[in-house]
Design a protein around this ligand. Structure first.
Ligand SMILES: Cc1cc2nc3c(=O)[nH]c(=O)nc-3n(C[C@H](O)[C@H](O)[C@H](O)COP(=O)(O)OP(=O)(O)OC[C@H]3O[C@@H](n4cnc5c(N)ncnc54)[C@H](O)[C@@H]3O)c2cc1C
Length: 431
């Protein structure tokens, strides 16, 4: 619960925002303006600005607002005020109120199962199958082991900046420098003991504060009993959360529980990679997620170089040049970083981006997910199933003619020259 003074600041800001909303007749120029218009200064300063900087690793003023689409409803000020006075928790948690998660093998299990539906001889996982060169003129892809694969149309899911480099196309490489991304560190901590009651059955928690490096903690052991060792599995304690040695190095039984943490990184938000695991464990203590004497039985740290595709102010101007240029060469660049649109960059979206690219190649069907993010994000897909055939003749044309697809302003921004602070130099990270 926020301190009373902060509650007042939040309500004040919400009232100001609601009043200003009545007279505003322009769209917010950036994400920061959007936040101010939606929530006002109190919520902006206490949560939205610090939290979003922790997630995106760029200030909210450097991000556009279109990625949020039309789907985020303005807060109901009356409801907020009555909830604050009555000390009530808001009831409606939106589309994530309930969700499905695989009992075994995590999310990766889904994609291994999908991959298993493909014939073995068509798969080239590993270094030998990595794409080293794309020759768009000869329509030839060279793989790590030197083999070449010819194509008519190419669906690419590697990051579009890396594709440009593999193509050796200077124009595309230059354009791609206007796209920004942040890196993501994923940290896992396995603990001995029963999951504390103060955490309860929560699935994930958000942390805008600066007393911990992570912006989100996921309690993976709450998702499935198979996400942690069984109670009778014996594991030694690596060390205590406060860094001290455990009293004994003997392997002991559980129970166990586990936490996954996410930390963003960019040159605007550097991270001490060497000490990140240690800093995260200290952050868990600072936020009272764990206690200093808790026994740590396992740790995990992995960095994803391309973590989040930033919805920067420049993004649409770049994509609107790059994607059509590639398409003219028969290349469909799709996926989280293939088409670089965060709002359609989750797993379900990325899968459909691929499905629809192939549908477009085979049947000329409209690529809804790529081109109409607001439309796909506001409805459930009930018509296109992996295990069922699809009648493109009627459904595809119905989707584009009888349903009123919302238009999206996409032409506004021009590619701006990389501006010292924010531009990506080379293909590594936000500068
Ligand atoms: C920290 C984090 C949390 C996330 N949480 C969620 C979540 O809760 N829910 C959700 O739905 N999504 C989540 N996502 C997003 C999810 O991971 C992506 O939507 C999904 O992985 C995108 O799939 P993709 O195929 O487009 O790209 P990727 O999964 O990035 O696949 C691209 C593939 O291309 C390969 N590749 C690159 N270069 C080459 C080359 N030269 N040759 C051959 N192969 C190459 C890469 O190795 C990679 O396997 C999260 C992502 C991150 C980073």
């Amino acid at each position: 619960m926020l301190p009373k003074e902060d509650q007042v600041k939040c309500v004040d800001g919400l009232i100001d925002a609601a009043l200003e909303c009545r007279v505003a007749n322009t769209k917010p120029k950036n994400f920061d303006e959007w936040i101010m218009r939606m929530t006002g200064e109190g919520v902006a300063n206490i949560f939205m600005r610090p939290y979003n900087f922790k997630v995106w690793a760029v200030p909210t003023t450097k991000m556009q607002a279109e990625w949020l689409g039309e789907r985020v409803a303005a807060p109901d000020v009356k409801k907020v005020v009555s909830n604050v006075i009555l000390n009530k928790v808001a009831g409606n948690w939106g589309p994530n109120a309930t969700f499905r998660f695989p009992a075994r093998d995590g999310t990766g299990g889904i994609w291994i199962a999908v991959s298993n539906t493909l014939p073995e001889e068509k798969k080239r996982y590993g270094k030998h199958g990595a794409v080293t060169r794309v020759d768009a003129e000869k329509k030839l892809v060279t793989l790590g082991d030197g083999t070449t694969v010819g194509y008519g149309k190419l669906v690419n899911t590697m990051a579009i900046d890396q594709l440009a480099e593999k193509m050796g196309n200077d124009e595309l490489v230059q354009l791609s420098k206007g796209l920004y991304y942040s890196s993501t560190h994923v940290i896992g901590v396995g603990l001995r003991g029963a999951r504390p009651d103060r955490i309860g059955d929560k699935c994930w928690l958000y942390f805008p504060e600066d007393n911990c490096p992570f912006y989100r903690a996921t309690i993976f052991s709450n998702y499935s009993p198979y996400n942690q060792p069984r109670d009778d599995v014996k594991l030694p304690t690596l060390y205590l959360a406060n860094g001290q040695k455990a009293a004994s190095s003997e392997a002991k039984e559980g129970p166990y529980w586990s936490i996954m943490l996410e930390v963003s990184q960019s040159t605007m938000k550097p991270v001490d990679e060497e000490n990140l695991l240690k800093d995260c464990i200290q952050g868990l203590i600072n936020t009272e997620m764990i206690m200093p004497e808790d026994e740590i039985v396992s740790t995990y740290h992995r960095k994803f170089d391309h973590g989040y595709p930033t919805p920067s102010l420049e993004r649409e101007g770049v994509l609107k040049q790059m994607l059509p240029k590639l398409l003219d060469m028969g290349i469909y660049s799709r996926g989280r970083f293939g088409s670089w649109r965060y709002e359609v960059g989750n797993q379900d979206h990325s899968f459909m981006l691929g499905v629809e690219a192939v549908d477009n190649i085979v049947n000329g069907a409209v690529e809804l997910t790529l081109n109409y993010p607001d439309f796909v994000n506001s409805r459930a897909n009930t018509e296109r199933r992996l295990d069922a055939s699809f009648d493109f003749g009627s459904a595809a044309s119905k989707a584009t003619t009888s349903i009123n697809i919302p238009t999206r302003e996409r032409s506004g921004s021009k590619v701006s020259a990389p501006n010292g602070l924010h531009a990506r130099q080379g293909s590594k990270s936000i500068q």
